[in-house]
Design a protein around this ligand. Structure first.
Ligand SMILES: C[S@@+](CC[C@H](N)C(=O)[O-])C[C@H]1O[C@@H](n2cnc3c(N)ncnc32)[C@H](O)[C@@H]1O
Length: 252
């Protein structure tokens, strides 16, 4: 697909860094020091996730992702938003991976909803399809980029993404795209790695942002979202509180 064919190359004389991820910043006197790193291109990231897809279930199990996501999902009251939308309520899970966030959401709902999963990694989508279908979820899948969702405006009651935005040089751009496909009154729910020892390891390995609570809230506000809430996400194994969950509503 052409949208995955960007190899990240730019003319060698171009010193711009707008598309780099801010790793850390500080001030010494009048000096403001920003340390930025180029993110993996969409193609490289999809290839990397294709490579790890066979082990992703073990990773998701080790960090107890399904259980970890349930607490902030409950706190966000996403079940109320979906309950008001009725039996045809539509949920989009961007960067669905092997489906942990969708399955966590399904576990806290009393009535079923319709799930849609997108991911740039074809092999992750195979994992998601198998796991979500055997968990009994009604789900549809498409290979697509969060930056260019193949859906009409105002299609979904809930649009979510766990541990995806931090991979992108401009997470606000992805959030704007998520909001484009959100119905008025709908909810955005995202989890992102936060600054921590574990977060630093993830940053080094995957060239991701470590998203502070202030940063996440600012990104949501910049998208004109309201009723913003956030909560730490307690992951299993040695990761501890390595993520934050954020949620917000699009005004009606
Ligand atoms: C850390 S995994 C998280 C998977 C799942 N959301 C979870 O919480 O278990 C990140 C996922 O996002 C996908 N991804 C990365 N960049 C993406 C993009 N630009 N658009 C869509 N999916 C993307 C990866 O292929 C991978 O499946």
């Amino acid at each position: 697909m052409t949208q995955f064919e960007n190899n990240g190359l730019r003319p060698s004389h171009t010193p711009v860094m707008e598309d780099a991820i801010l790793m850390t910043s500080g001030r010494i006197g009048s000096w403001e020091i920003l340390l930025k790193r180029r993110p993996l291109s969409s193609t490289d990231l999809a290839n990397r996730y294709d490579t790890v897809s066979g082990n992703w279930e073990r990773t998701a199990g080790r960090f107890q992702l399904e259980a970890a996501y349930q607490k902030p999902l409950l706190a966000s009251q996403v079940a109320t938003v979906l309950g008001q939308a009725g039996p045809q309520a539509q949920v989009l899970d961007c960067g669905v991976g092997s489906g942990s966030l969708s399955i966590a959401l399904d576990r806290i709902l009393t009535d079923p909803v319709i799930f849609h999963g997108i991911d740039t990694s074809a092999k992750m989508l195979v994992q998601a399809r198998s796991k979500m279908q055997s968990a009994g979820l009604r789900a549809h899948f498409k290979q697509a980029d969060i930056l260019s969702l193949p859906h009409d405006d105002q299609s979904f009651d809930v649009v979510m993404a766990a541990h995806v935005l931090e991979h992108l040089p401009d997470p606000k751009r992805a959030l704007r795209e998520m909001v484009r496909v959100l119905k008025p009154g709908g909810m955005v729910f995202v989890c992102a790695t936060r600054p921590s020892l574990f977060g630093a390891l993830i940053q080094l390995k995957w060239r991701t942002w470590a998203v502070t609570e202030e940063q996440g809230v600012a990104w949501l506000r910049a998208c004109q979202l309201t009723e913003i809430g956030y909560q730490p996400v307690h992951l299993g194994a040695c990761a501890g509180v390595a993520s934050t969950a954020f949620w917000a509503r699009l005004p009606k």
